[in-house]
Design a protein around this ligand. Structure first.
Ligand SMILES: [Zn+2]
Length: 170
């Protein structure tokens, strides 16, 4: 088992230790790389999607992204605010207005601060710079969503990454 596979297995154990059921699916039609799902009975599932061109590092970053949402949820006493639930439901049905999208953006940015804690706890070898860039990319993605009600396309994300690397000497 390669190092990245071991790290994915450790993330899975970590998630299961927090009471999360991790569900993997291949080639899903979801436009998200992963999803944190809370059901009516307060059970949490983490939906992880894989596809042929997805690197192990990308899967690890997606895993961290969703686990960070979970940690934020745990730190808030395992509750989600009413406005956030509303905004997320609107996101799913693509009916979110600018206020809903602003809240989603703010939660994305604030929850992302947990990613480094988890990476450290699980002992991931991923570099600080890679994590910083991933957090910056998500900030860019959700800022675009807030402002323009759309997610940036792949070329825009590539351009953002390139500029970020130049700016941060990464
Ligand atoms: Zn997120």
């Amino acid at each position: 088992m390669g190092i990245r596979d071991q790290e994915l297995a450790r993330l899975q154990k970590y998630a299961e230790g927090l009471g999360i059921k991790v569900v993997w699916s291949k080639n899903s039609s979801s436009k998200y790389g992963a999803m944190w799902v809370l059901d009516q009975a307060n059970n949490v599932e983490l939906h992880m999607y894989t596809w042929n061109s997805a690197s192990k590092t990308l899967l690890i970053l997606n895993f961290l992204h969703e686990l960070a949402h979970h940690l934020a949820y745990v730190h808030q006493g395992r509750t989600l605010s009413e406005p956030l639930v509303k905004a997320l439901n609107h996101q799913v049905t693509e009916t979110a207005n600018k206020k809903h999208r602003e809240l989603i953006y703010k939660v994305e940015v604030s929850d992302s601060s947990y990613r480094k804690t988890i990476a450290h706890e699980v002992g991931l070898r991923i570099s600080e710079a890679k994590l910083d860039m991933d957090i910056a990319v998500d900030d860019f993605i959700y800022y675009t969503y807030w402002q323009e009600n759309r997610f940036p396309k792949l070329p825009e994300i590539r351009k953002f990454k390139k500029q970020w690397k130049e700016k941060n000497n990464a």
